[in-house]
Write a protein that binds this ligand. Structure first.
Ligand SMILES: [Zn+2]
Length: 253
């Protein structure tokens, strides 16, 4: 009996050590309905959000479940400001200031392989973020989380936050190496923080992944996926790496 108790206490230890638990389904539904949909401007029509609760079951590839979970990640990890910037506040502010929305689109005829994208409407001076079915079918736990940060970077043009001008998003350039060589989708340079702040989606995604990897409250799975995606970005999504940058960020090729 004593042995059993000892064993149980070991099993429950990671909860205290890492401080991250998957939220229970009621909590997640409640946060989504009362806070996240509004803060992140989730489009109710395209996401088929009914006013009845629960909005989603917490299983499978339900788009609302996975989006709610991603926003919850950003919410939970955003509360520890000593670990870095408040990403939740940043995203909410960008959505507010641009009047943008997060919309769902089954898939794009022009490119059926798109997971997420940002579309500008010059005529109405609007910018909208789209996620497609593909991203919600992905098995990676944090894919929607860091993709959201990536796409939000594409929304930042002529934006002043708290009186400070945020560098305009420079847009992706043609990849000169890696898996997408010859295609548009890379950021020019992977460097230190000042360089990353001026970069495009990959640069913001990189910053967020470093934040997630190093966050005391991130789960072991989050950290593992962050490390894997960081290596992927380094190998494929930047054309040039500033000397010393990889050592600085603790990322290997
Ligand atoms: Zn992008």
């Amino acid at each position: 009996m004593r042995f059993v108790l000892f064993f149980l206490s070991i099993i429950s230890l990671p909860t205290f050590v890492f401080g991250f638990d998957e939220p229970d389904c009621d909590t997640l539904n409640h946060l989504y309905a009362t806070q996240y949909i509004e803060d992140f401007h989730v489009n109710r029509r395209t996401f088929e959000i009914d006013i009845a609760m629960p909005i989603f079951e917490c299983t499978g590839n339900d788009k609302n479940y996975k989006l709610a979970r991603a926003i919850h990640d950003i919410d939970v990890l955003g509360k520890n400001e000593s670990a870095g910037p408040d990403w939740y506040a940043m995203v909410a502010m960008v959505m507010d200031l641009t009047g943008g929305e997060i919309l769902y689109h089954e898939k794009f005829k022009s490119d059926p392989y798109i997971d997420g994208t940002v579309i500008y409407d010059d005529e109405f001076d609007e910018v909208s973020l789209f996620f497609t079915k593909r991203i919600f079918q992905d098995t990676e736990r944090t894919r929607v989380t860091y993709s959201l940060i990536h796409e939000v970077r594409h929304m930042i043009i002529n934006l002043t936050i708290n009186g400070k001008e945020v560098p305009d998003e420079p847009q992706h350039v043609t990849c000169t190496q890696g898996r997408f060589k010859g295609q548009i989708g890379c950021d020019e340079v992977l460097g230190f923080l000042d360089t990353l702040k001026e970069g495009s989606g990959n640069s913001y995604e990189f910053q967020y992944l470093i934040y997630m990897r190093d966050h005391p409250d991130a789960s072991p799975l989050m950290k593992k996926e962050a490390r894997a995606q960081l290596r992927y970005l380094v190998r494929n999504m930047f054309n040039r790496i500033e000397p010393g940058a990889l050592e600085h960020w603790g990322v290997s090729r």
